[in-house]
Write a protein that binds this ligand. Structure first.
Ligand SMILES: Nc1nc2c(c(=O)[nH]1)N[C@H]1C(S)=C(S)[C@@H](COP(=O)(O)OP(=O)(O)OC[C@H]3O[C@@H](n4cnc5c(=O)[nH]c(N)nc54)[C@H](O)[C@@H]3O)O[C@H]1N2
Ligand SMILES: Nc1nc2c(c(=O)[nH]1)N[C@H]1C(S)=C(S)[C@@H](COP(=O)(O)OP(=O)(O)OC[C@H]3O[C@@H](n4cnc5c(=O)[nH]c(N)nc54)[C@H](O)[C@@H]3O)O[C@H]1N2
Ligand SMILES: [Mo]
Length: 677
């Protein structure tokens, strides 16, 4: 039995036990001793070995023989592949400058070494364009950093102590399943559980109450709730006085958000808003769990900032089991500089920090950027052909004959089809890594449980070899995985001080050095110069997303429905898009009967979901599981399994959030029509 860690982009970051027989992994189980994994795995990862030993695994380096996107390749050796990559990158850097090279990666693995380790060192030293990794969470991250000063949140284990739990824009039963047992325990002890979401997903269906909210209107709802808290004097005046500034200014703003106005803006009734505010203030402990769904719209930053003020006004931070959880990931105060080595930029031919390219706008970067244009793209831990918004532009860019594209992958994804050189990547069972989490406070390390399949190599190893080919002489390029972990642990922050490689090796998972229980803002202590939270600068007036039914008239014209392409329960972004059950789940679009009827759409019909950017075909399901005027689909389907080779990111926009320059997948206007054939 070996211990490992699930590397997927998920808040749960489970500790995994691997049974190995004759060098082959034969069973995966959740670690029984990990306080959040608690002995079980989600349905998708319990079956990960199907992927590990799938006939679809990429096993050898390959060179493209067909046209871009066609997916025809021929096997080459590692040395041929690395020679060609090094030669092409060098030639491009010489002709256009190194900024013409763009890395593209996200959280295919959340392991720090393979996700933000040797790769970062390599691209910094090369002088490549830097990638702004905004596709998921940057609005919420910026919002928490701005409001609280720290990205800390309520411990998941404390949810069992809550008496009222609000799941606000989060699909716990689909995307955060290891939080669910704590909520179930709280409910057995009498807690109430409510959901606030434009879509009634599995989590909403299991709630005591579901509140349908207009997409992107959460800030207005939070302001309406705060209006009631203040008007009825339900707030914790002592906490507010001691730990905040700017209360008067907040009160002035709140005057504009009485329940009747908040109701108009959000779609909840005024009675529901007043009732929810009273119940929230009157129940101790009360905790809010938000997911990243709530910040994936144009005003996503303000949404998180205003929601985050609710437990400040009520003093819910005082109690174990109270507060707010978006992400605790800011507590992992590791030495990221020592791992990533941004100082290497000074040694690059550029000699300074290179330009920053926003990953959410990849299509623009590949088709519009000049000075220099992007001439080489190196993709790992991501599948942009399927997951990036404004897909027509992305595919036009990836299809450029003059773009040299390298893809490091486990499977033949839509992006792999566009590679010039395609390299086989290891899985988490085959390489060493260190894992933080965005759902709990345990640091974890995993060593290989089995040898790589075929000729697969880890990202760390590939960038180490490329650095050698390019003659990078800095000793950090020869660092072992253990060297890199030691560099990360070299931090003087009290939360990680004293955690060693030995301790991680022995135990697999280690709780950060936090008080037990961890009550981050029990006594204020916000990460601001004064330690107080400034209520005045945290908020501003609410504006609906421009791309919404209450937004810009020109954008609305012709596309009267709002689309939420929330995550699939069976899948994980596009990672498991090769599985039939994920493909089936992501082939549907849910539409309310009253929105379907005028369009002549019946359940089971093939429909086209489209707007000015593009369109795709899905199968209609008539059910009232969305707010009126909202349609929903699950993401992210593989293009190559979709009719016409196009998925839902045909219609999503590359507009950015109010803060954090994040993606706005959930501010998206569409029309739906029945397909004639
Ligand atoms: N099974 C599964 N698990 C996953 C993933 C997956 O694809 N599948 N993906 C992983 C990743 S990358 C992430 S970022 C997390 C995301 O985890 P979550 O944030 O829980 O998931 P999302 O589906 O992004 O969004 C959550 C909910 O937000 C709702 N929502 C959308 N817009 C709004 C809005 O304006 N207001 C409100 N109140 N709600 C809104 C959606 O309808 C959805 O039900 O999950 C991770 N875990
Ligand atoms: N319409 C719509 N689009 C969305 C979203 C949405 O809700 N709706 N969600 C967005 C969000 S929140 C996110 S985070 C992004 C996610 O988008 P991505 O980060 O691209 O995530 P995945 O689609 O899961 O693709 C990850 C890829 O990394 C590969 N991989 C895994 N481990 C390794 C490794 O060790 N080495 C290498 N080289 N490769 C590896 C996997 O095989 C997989 O193909 O999608 C975004 N796109
Ligand atoms: Mo994400």
């Amino acid at each position: 039995m070996r211990s490992s860690v699930c590397p997927l982009d998920c808040p749960d970051t489970c500790a995994v036990l691997v049974s190995v027989e004759d060098g082959r992994a034969v069973e995966l189980r959740g670690h029984p001793d990990h306080p959040v994994t608690r002995g079980f795995l989600c349905a998708k990862v319990a079956r990960y070995l199907e992927r590990q030993y799938s006939p679809q695994r990429l096993l050898f380096p390959q060179r493209r023989t067909g046209s871009k996107g066609e997916g025809r390749f021929a096997r080459i050796t590692w040395d041929e592949a690395l020679e060609e990559i090094a030669g092409r990158l060098q030639a491009i850097a010489a002709r256009y400058g190194p900024a013409a090279i763009l890395p593209y990666s996200y959280a295919g693995t959340m392991g720090l070494l393979n996700g933000a380790g040797m790769d970062r060192r390599f691209f910094y030293r090369l002088g490549a364009s830097r990638l702004d990794r905004t596709i998921c969470s940057s609005a919420g991250t910026a919002a928490l950093n701005h409001t609280y000063g720290y990205r800390y949140g309520t411990e998941p284990e404390q949810f069992r102590d809550a008496r009222l739990i609000l799941a606000w824009g989060v699909n716990i039963r689909g995307c955060n399943v290891h939080l669910w047992p704590f909520i179930a325990e709280a409910r057995r002890r009498g807690a109430r559980f409510y959901t606030i979401d434009p879509v009634k997903n599995r989590t909403g269906a299991s709630a005591d109450r579901h509140y349908f909210v207009h997409p992107g209107s959460d800030a207005a709802l939070a302001l309406g709730l705060m209006h009631v808290l203040v008007a009825e004097k339900l707030y914790d005046a002592d906490y507010v006085a001691r730990h905040t500034t700017g209360f008067e200014a907040l009160c002035r703003l709140l005057r504009d958000y009485p329940p009747a106005r908040a109701a108009e803006l959000t779609g909840l009734s005024a009675e529901d808003i007043a009732g929810l505010a009273r119940e929230y203030a009157g129940t101790r402990p009360a905790v809010i769990r938000s997911g990243y769904g709530v910040q994936r719209s144009e005003g996503g930053g303000l949404a998180v900032r205003t929601i985050a003020l609710l437990p400040v006004l009520t003093g819910a931070w005082r109690q174990r089991g109270g507060g707010f959880l978006l992400s605790p990931s800011g507590a992992f105060h590791l030495n990221r500089q020592a791992l990533e080595r941004p100082d290497l930029q000074a040694a690059s031919p550029l000699g300074r920090e290179a330009r920053l390219v926003n990953m959410t706008q990849l299509g623009r970067a590949l088709t519009e950027l000049d000075d220099p244009p992007v001439k080489a793209l190196v993709v790992y831990n991501s599948n942009p052909a399927a997951i990036a918004p404004d897909q027509n532009r992305v595919l036009a860019g990836l299809g450029r004959e003059d773009l040299f594209t390298v893809v490091l992958e486990q499977l033949q994804t839509d992006t792999a089809d566009y590679a010039d050189i395609l390299l086989p990547a290891t899985t988490f069972l085959e390489h060493t890594d260190l894992y933080t989490s965005y759902g709990h406070y345990y640091l974890q390390m995993a060593r290989p449980a089995v040898a790589p399949e075929g000729e697969a190599k880890s990202n760390v190893e590939v960038f180490r070899l490329l650095a050698r080919k390019l003659g990078f002489a800095e000793p950090c390029f020869e660092d072992s995985e253990h060297d890199m972990i030691r560099a990360l642990l070299d931090s003087s922050h009290p939360f990680v001080r004293g955690i060693t490689l030995d301790e991680l090796e022995q135990r697999g998972f280690v709780r950060l050095r936090l008080p037990e229980p961890f009550l981050p803002f029990q006594d204020g202590g916000f990460g601001t110069p004064s330690g107080k939270l400034d209520l005045e600068t945290a908020v501003r007036p609410y504006e609906p997303p421009r791309e919404s039914r209450r937004g810009d008239e020109a954008l609305r014209a012709g596309y009267p429905l709002e689309l939420i392409s929330l995550k699939s329960d069976a899948g994980l972004n596009s990672t498991f898009g090769n599985r039939p059950e994920v493909d089936a789940e992501t082939s549907l679009v849910w539409i309310r009967p009253e929105d379907a009827a005028p369009r002549g759409i019946r359940s089971g019909d093939a429909v086209r979901v489209f707007n000015q950017r593009g369109g795709c075909r899905l199968e209609a399901r008539l059910e009232a599981v969305t707010a009126p005027g909202v349609v929903a689909t699950r993401s992210v389907r593989w293009n190559k399994h979709s009719p016409e080779g196009r998925n839902i990111n045909q219609v999503t926009s590359d507009r950015l959030t109010d803060v954090g320059a994040g993606a706005t997948f959930y501010s998206c206007l569409v029309e739906v029509e029945k397909c004639e054939n």
